[in-house]
Design a protein around this ligand. Structure first.
Ligand code: FEO
Length: 414
């Protein structure tokens, strides 16, 4: 896709990755884009590069606007490979350019490339780059998404180039939010935002809040947010900021999501009376079988829901591998303010449900104990126990949810 002007003299020059379905383990059914931006001012400035496989696309886009040798400044907002791994090629074409980067970014970049021939300017929050008629102000955003991360704000255009934050893994011909057509997409735009947040930014909610507060305190006016993935927020940038605040404030839907796996269908069978018990308490319920579902989708659904029940058979006295993997991954994402419980079947000896509760404790989540365990195969009595536990769990979820969403069991977003 060719260069697209997003503000007078500022162009999207990135690349669309229609085919990627596994982004370092995160499933991307819609593909993604690697967005970078070229500012044509008295000094030509490139903000970010793209994943190295797509390097020639961005170079073609730059060439369609200006000779790359004329680039005087290259801003590296973030050193993850999807955004900076074309820097060596860019510096071949513009060897005299100065790279603007945070101190941590430079330290990281030195591990990927021989940077000894390149010119650097280390920047921190509040530093500026005057390009002629336009000025970039840098804003460090450590851990959003890596320690080196920063954003670039062009005050004359009220444009925030936000790097990973506010992005979405969406490959699309639409460059702007108001061009994107949900109707024909595998995943709608807001779902793509939540998917991205849940799988990448969930651990950093407190930082998201403090960084948005810092931006507001600085009195920065924003009428466009240009992230490094997906569409640019032109029509309503306030909406994406509010979505982020809601997610950072742990808003969720009043729903129980049952996440399970099964060996010989006993644990699977338990999901049915559990689901009926939850429904009987008047709470929405969703059921996800792990081996049939990409992990990132399960993570998103857990993140969107106030409560989670984990179902695991016991295998060799511990949790079923797919469930253990899921909980380990979830622990790394540091979920907060979710109510949890566990259930499962066992044959020779139990252990899995106990392990699931130990994992909940490590995560610091509030758990409803004890869960339900069934020997070999659920009987009708076991079905009754599952129904009762599901109902009890959902009733507790209603009370728990009020702490965050008030009396109204309303939805967080969409
Ligand atoms: Fe899109 Fe943290 O890289």
């Amino acid at each position: 896709m060719g260069a697209v002007e997003i503000k007078p003299g500022i162009y999207w020059v990135g690349a669309i990755d229609w085919a990627v379905r596994d982004f370092h383990g995160y499933i991307t059914p819609n593909g993604t884009s690697y967005n970078n931006y070229l500012i044509l001012d008295e000094q030509v400035t490139l903000v970010d590069t793209v994943k190295h496989d797509f390097c020639e696309y961005t170079i073609d886009n730059i060439r369609s606007l200006v000779d790359p040798a004329k680039i005087e400044n290259v801003v590296i907002n973030h050193i993850e490979n999807d955004h900076m791994s074309s820097i060596d090629r860019i510096m071949e074409l513009a060897p005299k350019a100065t790279i603007y980067i945070t101190a941590r970014g430079k330290k990281g970049l030195d591990r990927f490339f021989d940077t000894s021939r390149w010119n650097f300017k280390i920047v921190k929050t509040g530093d500026m780059l005057g390009m002629g008629t336009k000025t970039i102000t840098f804003l460090e955003t450590p851990m959003l998404h890596w320690p080196d991360s920063m954003m670039s704000y062009v005050k004359e255009d009220k444009l925030l180039i936000s790097q990973d934050a506010f992005g979405q893994h969406l490959a699309s011909s639409a460059r702007f939010d108001d061009e994107y057509c949900d109707q024909y997409s595998v995943t709608g735009l807001e779902h793509a935002v939540r998917d991205y947040y849940a799988n990448i930014l969930m651990p950093f909610g407190a930082l998201v809040k403090s960084k948005i507060a810092e931006i507001q305190k600085l009195g920065i006016e924003i009428d466009m947010i240009a992230p490094d993935h997906g569409v640019i927020w032109k029509k309503n940038p306030a909406k994406i900021i509010q979505m982020y605040l809601d997610m950072a404030n742990d808003k969720a839907d009043l729903r129980v999501v049952i996440v399970y796996d099964t060996m010989w269908h006993s644990t699977e069978h338990m999901t049915i009376p559990l689901m009926e018990g939850i429904k009987a308490a008047g709470v929405d319920v969703d059921v996800i079988k792990l081996r049939a579902t990409p992990m990132s989708r399960a993570i998103k659904r857990v993140w969107e829901s106030r409560a989670m029940l984990i179902g695991t058979p016991t295998l060799n006295n511990i949790m079923f591998p797919s469930v253990a993997e899921f909980l380990t991954h979830l622990r790394g994402l540091r979920p907060k303010n979710r109510l949890v419980g566990a259930f499962g079947s066992f044959g020779w000896g139990g252990g899995a449900v106990k392990e699931a509760y130990a994992e909940f404790k490590r995560m610091g989540l509030e758990a409803v104990e004890p869960g339900v365990e069934v020997l070999y195969r659920p009987s009708l009595d076991d079905d009754d126990r599952c129904f009762a536990f599901g109902k009890q769990f959902a009733e507790k979820a209603i009370e728990y949810h009020k702490k965050f969403n008030g009396e109204q069991p309303g939805k967080c977003v969409a």
